[in-house]
Design a protein around this ligand. Sequence first.
Ligand code: ADP
Length: 468
Amino acid sequence: MTTLNRWKQSIASQSLKKRWAIGSGAVIFLSFATMSIILFIALKGWLYQQEEQEVNRTMRDLTSFFESQGPFLTVQDIQSNKGLMTSIVDKDQTVRLLNADGIELLQINDTSTFPLFDDIDLPRKGYALNTDKSSSISAIGNIQLGKFVGYVQLEHPLKGFQSIMTYIITTMLLFSVCALLLSGWIGYMLATYLLRPLQDLKISMDDVAAHGFEKDLAISYHAKDEIGELIVVYESMMAKLKSSFEKQQQFMADASHELRTPIQVVEGHLALLNRWGKDDPVILQESLEISLREVKQMKTLIDEMLELARGEQLKERPPTYIVKHTIDVIKEIMQVHPTVYIKHNLPVQEEIEILISSNVYQQIIRNILTNAIRYSKEPAHVSIAYEYKPDEVIVHIQDQGIGIAPNDISKIFDRFYRVDPARSRNLGGSGLGLSIVKMLMDNAGGSIFVKSEKDKGSTFSLMFPLIK
Ligand code: ADP
């Protein structure tokens, strides 16, 4: 593994808070350091230029001083004007005058050791600077006045410049360290503040993991930012999970209760037969009939429970012509209940096409028709009609049966809910038929509505979206 990868991995293993602090700290520090370096380089260049200008000024002043002495300049003239020259030269600068043979004639100030005479390339005319050294700037110029030929040499130490630079660099380093610490601290505090809702979310999740859905979520973060949105999504997801978990628990409790009843009845009759009933042909016959009826009831219940479970997975919706499937179900029902009267009002259009699997459609119609017959006095009268709307088609199934009281209407789609449990059981009902219909309608993108009046009859209206 390369160092870079190892480095990346070690950063990835840190907490988000630390990574945030390190990241923002590094970014702030790097920007500050880059700015400081640029400022430092610019300042250094400018200050060095000032020093060079100082040397140029002195050299120019010296040259004009010599020129002002006229063409007959002698060594004595120069030496007698030392005071004037001293005023031209800065107190830090050192100047010496040499004749053509390199012999020193005069020295002003003595604050530095002079470089060797041949350190500098002698210019033909005027003067030249040597800026190669870090400790000073040197200059050498020609003097040619009348008979006098010589050189003027200047040494300009950079002590002031260097101490300013040292001061600037120390200050910048100090500021950089402070900036690093401050930005790290600000990053950490900011991360702590911004990540607090996530921390709360984690605590709440831990709570759910440890205690299930017993406790309500306690996240008091209502900002409309990304974390706020995440919390809203989480809360709605948890609410759905909770409701589906509760429904599942309720279903398990209801299912076991429903299954226990027929099992207890069969068990009771078998015990009766085992003790003495088998010798009495009347009791034997009766017990066997009751047991068979209960076993049949159990079978229906199990089939419907399986259908509910399976239906939640079957969500395929091919385009299907529904009128012919209604007719198939009517024929099938008429074979079981030959006395029933079913009026099928065909639609104006010969066929209606919607997105639903034919099995699912038949199952829905079969359940509603079976109920219409089951909860009507014999012979049952049922009518089926189709209503067209711009975006949907509604299949109305109307009976003239016992009707449903207003209080019960909202509950009949609940699993195992029966208005009259004994009557429903006797007629072979399981309490699951309408919840299956509701689930299948939801899967098909449709909806179901009921209008009912006690002792007058009920109308179940199935709304299916039309294919666009
Ligand atoms: P069940 O197997 O008991 O019929 P359903 O889920 O199909 O279960 O129906 C729930 C309850 O709704 C029934 O027990 C019955 O009381 C009532 N119900 C359903 N359809 C009708 C109807 N057409 N007329 C009157 N009551 C009905």
